[in-house]
Every structure is written in structure tokens, then in C-alpha cells.
Design a protein around this ligand. Structure first.
Ligand SMILES: NC(=O)c1ccc[n+]([C@@H]2O[C@H](COP(=O)([O-])OP(=O)(O)OC[C@H]3O[C@@H](n4cnc5c(N)ncnc54)[C@H](OP(=O)(O)O)[C@@H]3O)[C@@H](O)[C@H]2O)c1
Length: 358
């Protein structure tokens, strides 16, 4: 994520400066009110509103600056939100990845405002999206083989546990074999595990066998390429920066690539008063989690730290349904993917699988 590009949405002149110059300016800036979010209305009749706050850091800064520098500005965001009457603050994008994923920030804001990273709903909708994509492509989830790229991560591990209860095989892809072995043992010890669980340190080999791929690594570079995917595969890319190369959609008309976490927000007049590249009334899943908790009137922090539990993810899915949040249509590389588009991909896959007549 380029700070220069994001900052230019509010202050166009910053778009003319080099990224490093904008980073230096941002370091000295306080958080900024970006817009008011209005018109969120639950199915239950509850209503809420909120604000977008710009926390002036680039992704690079969030990942490389000393944690204390980042925590200080995030706590400032929390304090200014509480001053405007907010009861909960969501840590969007890389503000949730920095440091200890919200734990210290929540501790310092205890009694002032509640905190969530939004990752429970990100996980819920990533799995939901992958399985919905499978259904539309005619892949039977119960017998499918799923490769999870970045399986030992905060998002990957809980996705793996949830999917192991629903699919035929789960291949855990990562670079650290001991972490992969430990995760495999944790999953197999769960009473709801029905899948065969495999450790898969060789990503290309794992992708070649996968009917479904969930990409959730923090590699920061492309890991999934067209030549490695099975005919008819469904790939859900939640990673930012993306794990999946754009060449997959350019060169494989038989593979469905979708993004995780695009959600329809309930309410007939939802207005974010801010453009972040999504169609009207739709938001990232992590943003939606903050809205859901606000509608729920929760008075404690929710998703914090790197160890997400299946229970908190499934509970967030239930709360989302209660308030009328749902997976929006699919998107792929910033473009909407219609059911008709998916049907074409499915037919292309079927054609490639059909034996050629002699
Ligand atoms: N779309 C959204 O709304 C949203 C919300 C939150 C997070 N995210 C994204 O989701 C991703 C995961 O987040 P997280 O918090 O779970 O991160 P995390 O805890 O750091 O986990 C990332 C995992 O990726 C693995 N990994 C890193 N480089 C790899 C490589 N070259 N090959 C294979 N595996 C590799 C790491 O394992 P090893 O180092 O052991 O290999 C680690 O298990 C990030 O890209 C993040 O930006 C998206």
C-alpha cells in the first residue's frame, strides 16, 4: 500500500512527492479524520455510525518502525475516537499486523475504548467465499483437497482448523516444517477434524494437487502462478500484497480467482463518504467487524493478538448474519466477477477435462 497514493486522496498535492518524502512528513503528523460513515442499519433495527481515521504510516513503516512509535499513534487514534463518543475502534489493514496485533493498543486504551483487528470476520468470509466459489464451480467441498498458503500464520492456522472440519484433505503450505508439523498435530487433535491433513513445504507440488487454494501468506510477493494450478481450481487470495500472480487470470480461463472479504453493509443509505475502491455499500470484512460489534453494543474488545480461535470466528459469522452483513459478489484484481463469469470459467474447465475424441 502506497502512503503517497492514499494520502493524495485527501491531499492531492502529496501525490506529487516521492513515497519516502511523504513517509517523513507523515511521521510527524497526527491521525486525521477522513470521513463520517453514516446509514448503517441492522436487520434487527439497530443503527450505528462511525468514522474513518487516517493513521499516517505507510505499510513499510508499520512493518519496520519500532513498535512503540506505531502503538503511540494508534492509541492517539483510539483516544480521539473515544472523544467523539465511539465505543470501539477497528485496526484496519496493516495497523492490525504491526507489533502484537492490537494487544498492547487495547491494553493502553482499556476503559477508554474497545479494540478489534477485524480478523475474525476476515477469516469467516475467506472460508465462506472459498466454499461458495467451490460450489459455483461444481467442486464438492466434502471431497476436495485444499492447499492453504501461509497456513501457520494468524489467519492461515484458524482457516485450516475450520476447513479441516469441512473438506477431504488440507495441505498446510509454509516454510517452517516444525511449525507446520505442530499445526497438523493441533488440527488432528480437534474432535471436528474430518480431513486428511498434510504438511506441504513444497508450494508448487501442493498447488498442483489442490482443488481449492486459500492464499494467506505474508510473503509480500507472488507465490501462486498459472502453471502450478489444477484445471478447475478455485483460488481465494486474502493476502495483501497479493500472493496470486495476475498472470493466473490472464493465462488460465479455467481457474477461478477471487478475493476474500468484500462485504455488503446493511442499510438503505449507507455512505462511507470516502472512496476506498469498492462499490457503494460494500466494505472490507475487517471494517465490517467493527460495525457489527458496534451494532451489537459490545462493551469489550474482540479480536486481538495472533491466536484466533475457531469459536470467536464462528461467533462473528453468527453476529454478521444476525445484523444482515453478507458476502458481496466476488471480485478479482479489483474487478467484479459475476455468476455468468464463473459459469464461463466452469465450462472452460469442463472442456479441458473432457477427453479428446479420437
Ligand atoms: N484482506 C484482508 O482484509 C486482510 C485482513 C488481515 C490480513 N490480511 C492479509 O493476510 C495475510 C496473512 O496475515 P497474518 O496476520 O495471518 O500474517 P502472519 O501471521 O504473519 O502469517 C503469515 C504466514 O505466511 C507464511 N509465509 C511468509 N512468507 C512465505 C513464503 N514465502 N511462502 C510460504 N509461506 C510464507 C508465514 O510462515 P513461515 O514464515 O513459517 O513460512 C506465516 O505463517 C497477510 O498478507 C495480510 O496482509 C488481509
Amino acid at each position: 500500500m502506497e502512503l503517497r497514493r492514499d494520502a493524495a486522496r485527501k491531499y492531492p498535492i502529496l501525490g506529487l512527492l516521492p513515497e519516502r518524502a511523504v513517509e517523513q512528513i507523515a511521521l510527524r503528523l497526527s491521525p486525521k479524520w477522513m470521513s463520517e460513515i453514516t446509514g448503517i442499519e441492522s436487520k434487527t433495527g439497530a443503527e450505528t455510525n462511525g468514522y474513518f481515521i487516517g493513521c499516517p504510516f505507510s505499510t513499510r513503516q508499520l512493518l519496520t518502525l519500532p513498535d512503540e512509535v506505531v502503538y503511540k499513534k494508534l492509541v492517539e487514534c483510539g483516544q480521539m475516537s473515544a472523544d467523539r463518543g465511539a465505543k470501539i475502534i477497528g485496526l484496519g489493514a496493516y495497523t492490525s499486523v504491526a507489533g502484537d496485533a492490537g494487544e498492547t493498543v487495547a491494553e493502553r486504551l482499556k476503559g477508554i475504548i474497545n479494540v478489534t483487528t477485524g480478523n475474525s470476520y476476515t477469516v469467516y468470509t475467506a472460508v465462506e467465499g472459498l466454499l461458495k466459489g467451490a460450489e459455483l464451480m461444481g467442486v464438492e467441498a466434502a471431497n476436495a483437497s485444499v492447499a492453504i498458503v501461509g497456513a501457520t500464520g494468524s489467519i492461515g492456522a484458524v482457516c485450516a482448523k475450520i476447513l479441516a472440519a469441512q473438506v477431504g484433505e488440507v495441505a498446510l503450505v509454509g516454510r517452517d516444517i516444525s511449525k507446520l508439523e505442530k499445526l497438523k498435530a493441533d488440527i488432528e487433535a480437534r474432535s471436528d477434524c474430518r480431513a486428511v491433513v498434510k504438511v506441504a513445504p513444497e508450494i508448487r507440488a501442493a498447488l498442483k494437487e489442490a482443488d481449492l487454494v486459500l492464499a494467506v501468506s505474508s510473503a509480500g510477493k507472488e507465490l501462486v502462478f498459472p502453471e502450478d494450478l489444477k484445471i478447475g481450481a478455485v483460488v481465494c487470495d486474502v493476502a495483501r500484497p497479493r500472493d496470486v500472480s495476475k498472470t493466473v487470470v490472464e493465462n488460465r480461463d479455467d481457474v477461478l480467482v477471487i478475493e476474500g472479504g468484500v462485504i455488503t453493509v446493511p442499510g438503505s443509505n449507507v455512505n462511507f463518504n470516502f472512496t476506498f475502491g469498492f462499490p457503494p455499500s460494500t466494505a472490507f470484512a475487517c471494517m465490517s467487524e467493527t460495525m457489527i460489534l458496534s451494532l451489537e453494543g459490545t462493551n469489550e474488545s474482540y479480536t486481538l493478538g495472533r491466536d484466533l480461535t475457531v469459536e470467536q470466528v464462528m461467533n462473528m459469522g453468527k453476529l454478521a448474519k444476525k445484523h444482515g452483513f453478507e458476502l458481496a459478489g466476488f471480485r478479482s484484481f479489483e474487478v467484479a466477477v459475476s455468476d455468468a463469469d464463473i459459469e464461463k470459467v466452469r465450462q472452460n474447465a469442463q472442456r479441458k477435462l473432457r477427453p479428446v475424441a479420437a
